[in-house]
Design a protein. Structure first.
Length: 379
């Protein structure tokens, strides 16, 4: 049952992966996001929505429709996101140019930094101004949005004129495979939902976990298969890397060692986790430590790259993703990196009934992307 009445200015944030779908509906309440309803389905370890070919698009669409129906969502307007590993991002510094020359200049620079031919990619670029940015996956390097019918409309008022006085302009370039974009558009068309925009996971996480925080920080999103590491400075992604290591490897290791099925091993994983002791490094079960060390290596590498290029010290690490719920993980990471580490709260800027706080706190790490997606047209 929906928590609040239907509204025409509410939006669905839908985040789906190989075996789960997460849906959050937020309503615009005088410029603040207000929770309408949410839903989640986990297909388990044996049922997976693999790939986005035509047959599987229908399966994914049915599961999304099922979650929306069970959650009793009140709108068909959707913002979704491509997986981080499919999205390429880079910050370009260009000379200030007349409006007509800007797109050509960006495309030339994009050819230098994007590893695939541009005709296979959908490009989007945003002018970074006052350290704020709203992102989405668009076409032809122009400010546009994609709706569920695959139509594209150019947005107006690019505000390039305001940058003419500057000698250089900083551009956030985002690119994704054209075929992947088409597949996502078709999935939501099959689900009879109106896809307003394909956002990116990193922009969504910044929206839900960082907000207007001007500091330099790192977001570590530990999923089941992939861990995404992002460094954010003043609300803008400085760099983002992905490593194919996640909580699933811990689950598989526990299942093999204890000779139990994956479902039981998943529960054991959160029960074991990192036990409290004076020496946290000695208290980590080997099943967990092997995977954590691979993630820590990626974090260390990202910090080293940033330290060579960045000017503002990293202040903290924000954890999110289902596998970030390992017991005492923030304390353990803090002892390893000598930084403040805490789990992010995607509901911090959302209005909701006080009685829901215990439940929302428990599921928050899994819903950070979908909350950020639903905020796209509210904040």
């Amino acid at each position: 049952m929906s928590l609040f009445s239907s509204s025409q200015n509410s939006y669905l944030g839908i985040d789906f992966h190989s075996n789960n779908v997460k849906v959050v509906e937020l309503k615009n309440e005088n410029g603040r996001p207000k929770l309408v309803t949410y839903g989640y389905v986990d297909l388990g370890f044996d049922q997976k929505m693999i790939g986005t070919d035509k047959n599987n698009q229908e399966i994914i669409a049915k599961v999304i429709s099922q979650v929306c129906r069970q959650a009793k969502t009140t709108t068909i307007n959707v913002v979704s996101a491509l997986p981080a590993h499919l999205v390429f991002g880079s910050i370009l510094t260009l000379s200030a140019l007349p409006k007509k020359q800007f797109t050509d200049a960006i495309n030339k620079e994009a050819e230098k930094v994007i590893p695939l031919p541009l005709n296979q990619m959908v490009l989007d670029w945003k002018i970074l101004k006052n350290n704020t940015v709203q992102g989405s996956i668009n076409k032809n390097g122009k400010e546009q949005k994609v709706d569920s019918l695959g139509k594209v409309e150019r947005r107006k008022n690019l505000k390039i004129e305001a940058e003419k006085k500057a000698k250089t302009v900083r551009i956030l370039l985002t690119a994704a495979p054209r075929e992947a974009v088409k597949n996502y558009i078709n999935i939501f068309k099959l689900a009879k939902l109106n896809l307003l925009t394909l956002d990116t996971e990193q922009f969504s996480l910044i929206r839900s976990l960082v907000g207007n925080d001007p500091s330099a920080l790192m977001i570590v999103d530990i999923g089941f298969k992939v861990t995404n590491v992002m460094i954010v400075v003043g609300g803008v992604t400085f760099m983002q890397r992905s490593v194919e290591v996640g909580g699933g490897l811990i689950t598989q290791s526990i299942a093999k060692r204890m000779q139990v099925d994956l479902s039981r091993a998943e529960q054991f994983k959160y029960d074991l986790s990192v036990t409290k002791s004076q020496d946290l490094k000695q208290s980590v079960p080997e099943d967990i430590n092997v995977v954590l060390q691979a993630i820590f290596d990626e974090i260390k590498y990202s910090l080293e790259i940033y330290q060579k290029q960045g000017t503002i010290p990293i202040e903290k690490i924000i954890l999110t993703g289902g596998s970030s719920l390992l017991l005492n993980l923030p304390e353990y990471m803090s002892s390893v990196f000598n930084l403040k580490v805490f789990r992010g709260d995607p509901w911090a800027r959302v209005i909701y009934p006080d009685e829901l706080k215990p439940v929302l706190d428990e599921i928050g790490a899994r819903f950070a992307v979908s909350v950020g997606l639903a905020m796209r047209y509210i904040e």
